[in-house]
Design a protein around this ligand. Structure first.
Ligand code: SF4
Length: 240
């Protein structure tokens, strides 16, 4: 496997996947009932001001690819750079308008609500590991807790179980996409006799943000798709 950084990322993802599979639907459903989140239709979660970007699983990216590929953009947080300064990213995100709102958001309402994407269906529920204040990795169950919506509202047992089931399924699919991405990147880097070096990554990101176009290899449908990107393509994502 090329480079210890990729190996470490892969090991962490595999551990997370094992831990995720130990979660029981009932345990997450109980937390969902206890929190009692209720959406207030503020629309904030569909903006980059509140959530960095809407990452799409391959199955959702494919739906948009078939509809209108120009609505997709390589997800803005590129994971890797090779020694030549080419970036690699684990999938596509939805494009946003210049004010940072999702292209499907209008008057605080989703225009494709009944066909919205997997991440949008489960939001704000989640089951990711994130560092706490002491940098210990812990599972988080609600995104933006106490920053939007109402709490302590009644949630039916049936709804809580559906949210829990869909959340665990989404997180598993996301982890599998990440594991596939890092595995393929590791093999490619080995073939090309290159590696991920943080200093190269940082330098290239600085140049990119100053206007130099870069090649981004997007992991999609089991292969890397090269795309030339410019900083201005990311207008609305909170970049300079
Ligand atoms: S697709 Fe709909 S629910 Fe998802 S971020 Fe866009 S507006 Fe929000």
């Amino acid at each position: 496997m090329s480079g210890s950084y990729i190996s470490r990322k892969l090991s962490g993802l595999i551990v997370e996947c094992d831990l995720l599979l130990q979660w029981k639907e009932k345990d997450l459903a109980d937390i969902i009932c206890d929190v009692g989140f209720s959406c207030m239709l503020c629309g904030r979660c569909c903006t980059t001001e509140f959530n960095g970007h809407v990452f799409l699983l391959d199955s959702d990216a494919k739906r948009i690819m078939d509809m209108d590929p120009s609505l997709l953009i390589p997800a803005p947080e590129f994971e890797l750079a090779d020694e030549m300064g080419n970036f690699y990213v684990s999938g596509y995100a939805l494009r946003v308008l210049e004010d940072g709102s999702c292209i499907f958001l209008s008057k605080n309402r989703c225009q494709i609500y009944n066909e919205r994407f997997a991440i949008c269906r489960i939001y704000p529920y989640m089951l990711h590991r994130e560092p706490d204040r002491r940098k210990n990795l812990e599972f988080r169950q609600i995104s933006g807790l106490n920053e939007h919506g109402e709490y302590n509202c009644p949630v039916s047992d049936n709804d809580a179980h559906v949210f829990a089931r869909e959340t665990i399924a989404y997180e598993h699919a996301w982890l599998m996409q990440m594991i596939d991405f890092y595995t393929a990147a590791g093999e490619l880097f080995e073939q090309k006799r290159t590696r991920h070096i943080r200093a190269v990554y940082d330098k290239k990101i600085q140049e990119f943000r100053k206007g130099t176009p870069v090649c981004v290899h997007v992991w999609y449908n089991g292969k890397f798709v090269p795309v030339t990107m410019r900083c201005e393509d990311y207008r609305g994502f909170g970049w300079p």
